[in-house]
Design a protein around this ligand. Structure first.
Ligand code: ADP
Ligand code: MG
Length: 665
C-alpha cells in the first residue's frame, strides 16, 4: 500500500523525499529500521542525582520561559526549571521557535538529554522536551536521518503505521528453521524493533532480524551453488585422483610443497573427482604458491583424462590473468616444466599479431594445445576449445563484473562443463569470504614457502625520517629500487598530505643524484606502461606513486616501500602496498610515515605480522567490512543488524540452510 499525505499527516515535500530515498509503501517505511534504542525508563526527579556522563530523563517544572535574539541573530530560548526539592537548573535551545508555542511557564515536563555543569550551575543544552502525559514511551527507537528527513520525524510517523504491522510482512526464514531456534515471525520481530517492550525484546528482534539478513544472502549463494551442481551433473570431467602421478609431478618441482599447499591441492583434486563441476576460491597472499598448486592440478587433470580415454584428447585448461603482463609471466615461467610432462602450452593475448592469434586459436580448437594462458580474451566467442575441462582465474577480484558474467555464460554453455578455480591474492577474513563467495568452496593458503624473508616493517617517527632517507640512499647505491606512496594527486591546502607530484619534487630535492619517477591515476595507460617499463629497467630509482595506481609490474629489484600518511589507509591496503616489495631474494623494507600527532597503535600491527589474513581481520574488527581491502569492490551487502564479523553465526546459518534444503528435497 502506497504512503500518502493523509496517512502520514504530512506534506507532498516529505512524500517526495521519501520516494527519493526509495520508500514508497507502508512496508518500505516499516522496513526502515531504527539504528539504536534509548532507554528512557529511568526517570530522575532531582537535579542532585543527575549524572553528567550520560543522557537522562528528568521530570521537572518550567519556572520561567524566555527568549532573546543573540548578536549573531539566533533565537535563544531559555527555561528556568525546578525539581522536586525546589532546586533550579536551566535548559537552553537555539532556533526552536515552536517551543514557545508548545510550552509555557508552569508546565510540568520531561526532558531528555546530557547535562553540563558550568559556572556552578546545571544546564541542559538542546535537550528533548515533552509534556508529562500518560502512555509515554520508555524504550524509544532511534532512527537515522534519511534524505534530509530527521530521524525523529520518522519515529512519529511509524507510530501512525503501527496497526499495519500485523499483516505487512511475510516470513523469510522458513518455519522449520524458526522452530529449531525458537525464532518469532518476521512481523513480530519488526513490530518489536519499532515498539520494543523492553531492552531484551529489542535485542531479541535485532538478533533474529540479523540472522534473517545473513540467511537471505547466503541462501541465494547456496541456491546458485546447488544449481551448478545440478546442471553440471554428469557433464563435468570426472577425474579420479592418481596418487602415483601426483607424487611424481610434485617430485619434479625444484622445491617441496608446503603442507598448506598439499592440503589445498588435495581439496581441489577431491572436487574434480566428483560428477559435477568444481567451484572453488583459493585465497592466499602473493608468494604463498597458488600458481604452482593450480598448475599441478591442471597437469594432473590433463594426464588423468588422457589415460582414462585414450581414444579422446585430454581435457584442456585455460589459465586467465587480469593483465597481459601477468599472462605472459605465467606462460614463460612454466613452458619448460610443462614440456617435460608432454603438455603443450600456448599464449593468447590482445597484443599478438592477428596471424599469431589465428594460429593460437586453431591449435586450441583442434586440441593441440593443452594449456592456454591469456587474458579474458580467452573466453570470447571467436575462441573455441576442443575440450575445455578446467578454468583457472588468477587474481579473480581484478576482473570486472561483466567479464565474470561472460566467463560464467561461457562455461555454462560448453558441451562439457569445466571445473572452476578462482584465485585471489587479497586475503579477507573467513566470515567475509563466506559472505562474498558463498557460491564457492573456500581454500586458504596462509603459509609462505620456507626461506622467504619477512619484510622488515617500521612505523617511522617524524624525527627519524632522515634515517630512512639515508637508508634509501644506501639501498639505491647497491642497485635497489624504491616505491614511495602518497595519498593524493593534487596538493590540498586543508589536509597535510604530501601529494605524489609534490613528493616527487621533495624527493628530487633530497636525492638530487637519483632519478625520481612519477605515476598516478590520471595518466593514460600508455604513459603508465612507459613509466613502469622504465622502472622495471632501473632507469627510475624511486617511483613516487599515488595510492590509486595498481602498481602492476612485479619488479623483484624493488626492496623499499615508503608510505606517507599511512594512518589514512586500512591495514589490509597497507599490506597490499607492502606486497610490492620482497619479491626477489633480498631483504626488503617497508616504512610507514604518519601525519603529526597520530597515535600509531593500529599501525604497529604492520610491524608485528606479515599475515594478510590477520591484518584484514583487524581492519574488519576496527573499521568495518567496507574498509577491508578488496571487499568494497566485491560488493559487501548492506546489512542493518547482522554482524559480518560473526564467523560462527555465518557458518551456522550456512549449515542451517544446507540442512533445510536437504530436508525439503
Ligand atoms: P602466488 O601465485 O601465490 O603469488 P606463486 O605460485 O607464483 O605464488 O609462487 C611464488 C614463488 O614461490 C614462485 O617463484 C614459485 O616457484 C615459488 N614457490 C611456490 N611454492 C613453493 C614452495 N613450496 N617452496 C619454495 N618455493 C615455492
Ligand atoms: Mg600468482
Amino acid at each position: 500500500m502506497q504512503l500518502t499525505k493523509s496517512l502520514l499527516h504530512t506534506t507532498d515535500a516529505y512524500i517526495k523525499r521519501l520516494h527519493e530515498a526509495g520508500i514508497e509503501t507502508i512496508s518500505d517505511l516499516l522496513g526502515y529500521f531504527p539504528r539504536d534504542i534509548e532507554d528512557k525508563s529511568d526517570v530522575c526527579e532531582r537535579f542532585s542525582e543527575v549524572s553528567i556522563k550520560e543522557k537522562q530523563v528528568i521530570k521537572c517544572k518550567i519556572e520561567l520561559l524566555t527568549s532573546e535574539t543573540t548578536r549573531n541573530k539566533k533565537l535563544l530560548i531559555k527555561a528556568v526549571i525546578v525539581d522536586l526539592d525546589g532546586s533550579y537548573a536551566e535548559a537552553i535551545w537555539f532556533n526552536r521557535k515552536f517551543l514557545l508555542q508548545q510550552f509555557a511557564s508552569g508546565d510540568t515536563v520531561m526532558i531528555y538529554g546530557m547535562a553540563k555543569y558550568e559556572y556552578g550551575k546545571l544546564s541542559f543544552p538542546s535537550c528533548e522536551i515533552e509534556h508529562l502525559k500518560a502512555g509515554r514511551r520508555e524504550i524509544v527507537p532511534v532512527y537515522s536521518d534519511l534524505n534530509y528527513i530527521p530521524g525523529t520525524w520518522i519515529r512519529e510517523k511509524i507510530v501512525l503505521l503501527r496497526s499495519y504491522l500485523a499483516w505487512t510482512f511475510s516470513d523469510i526464514v522458513p518455519l522449520e528453521i524458526r522452530n529449531k531456534h525458537g525464532f518469532r515471525s518476521r512481523s513480530e520481530n519488526i513490530a518489536s524493533v519499532h515498539f520494543p517492550a523492553s531492552l531484551e525484546d529489542f535485542e531479541r528482534s535485532r538478533t533474529e532480524l540479523g540472522y534473517e539478513e545473513l540467511f537471505q544472502f547466503q541462501k541465494r549463494w547456496l541456491e546458485k551453488k546447488y544449481a551448478l551442481e545440478r546442471d553440471s551433473l554428469g557433464l563435468a570431467p570426472e577425474l579420479t585422483i592418481d596418487v602415483e602421478l601426483m607424487k611424481s609431478l610434485i617430485a619434479s618441482l625444484p622445491f617441496p610443497l608446503t603442507s598448506k599447499q598439499k592440503i589445498v591441492l588435495f581439496q581441489i583434486l577431491k572436487d574434480m573427482e566428483r560428477p559435477h563441476a568444481m567451484a572453488r576460491m583459493l585465497q592466499g597472499d602473493v608468494g604463498t604458491g597458488k600458481t604452482v598448486v593450480a598448475l599441478l592440478a591442471s597437469v594432473h587433470s590433463i594426464l588423468v583424462s588422457r589415460n582414462k580415454n585414450p581414444e579422446q584428447i585430454g581435457v584442456q585448461v585455460a589459465i586467465m590473468a587480469p593483465t597481459e603482463i601477468l599472462a605472459r609471466q605465467h606462460f614463460s615461467g612454466q613452458e619448460a616444466w610443462l614440456m617435460q610432462w608432454g603438455i603443450s602450452s600456448d599464449l593468447l593475448v590482445g597484443s599478438l599479431t592477428p596471424r599469431m592469434k589465428e594460429d593460437a586459436r586453431s591449435r586450441l580448437a583442434s586440441g593441440q594445445t593443452d594449456i592456454i594462458f591469456g587474458t579474458h580474451a580467452l573466453i570470447q566467442d571467436s575462441v573455441s576449445f576442443a575440450r575445455l575441462g578446467f578454468v583457472v582465474v588468477d587474481e579473480q577480484h581484478r576482473f570486472g563484473v561483466e567479464q565474470r558474467k561472460t566467463l560464467e555464460e561461457y562455461c555454462s554453455h560448453s558441451v562439457i562443463i569445466p571445473h572452476r578455480l578462482n584465485m585471489s591474492a587479497t586475503p579477507i577474513p573467513r566470515s567475509l569470504a563466506m559472505t562474498l563467495y558463498g557460491d564457492q568452496d573456500i581454500s586458504v593458503l596462509d603459509e609462505y614457502p620456507a626461506g622467504r624473508l619477512p619484510i622488515h616493517t617500521r612505523v617511522v617517527k617524524e624525527e627519524k625520517r632522515w634515517e630512512v632517507y639515508r637508508w634509501v640512499d644506501e639501498e639505491v647505491k647497491s642497485g635497489r629500487q624504491v616505491y614511495w606512496i602518497s595519498p593524493l594527486v593534487e596538493e590540498s591546502d586543508t589536509l597535510d598530505i604530501a601529494s605524489a607530484t609534490n613528493m616527487q619534487e621533495i624527493l628530487s630535492g633530497i636525492f638530487p643524484h637519483l632519478t625520481i619517477g612519477l605515476i598516478h591515476g590520471k595518466m593514460t595507460g600508455k604513459e603508465k606502461d612507459r613509466i613502469m617499463q622504465e622502472f622495471y629497467e632501473n632507469k627510475i630509482h624511486i617511483l613516487s606513486s599515488t595510492s590509486v595506481v595498481e602498481v602492476g609490474v612485479n619488479n623483484p629489484n624493488a626492496t623499499v616501500m615508503c608510505i606517507e600518511a599511512a594512518e589514512r589507509f586500512g591495514l589490509s591496503q597497507l599490506h597490499q602496498f607492502r606486497g610490492r616489495v620482497g619479491r626477489g631474494n633480498s631483504q626488503s623494507y617497508c616504512y610507514l610515515f604518519t601525519t603529526k600527532e597520530y597515535k600509531t597503535d593500529r599501525l604497529k600491527a604492520m610491524e608485528e605480522t606479515n599475515d594478510g589474513f590477520e591484518l584484514a581481520q583487524i581492519d574488519l574488527d576496527l573499521r568495518g567490512p567496507g574498509e577491508v581491502y578488496g571487499v568494497r569492490q566485491s560488493g559487501v551487502p548492506d546489512m542493518h543488524f547482522a554482524d559480518l564479523r560473526d564467523t560462527d553465526l555465518i557458518a551456522d546459518i550456512r549449515w542451517d540452510i544446507e540442512e533445510w534444503m536437504q530436508w525439503k528435497k
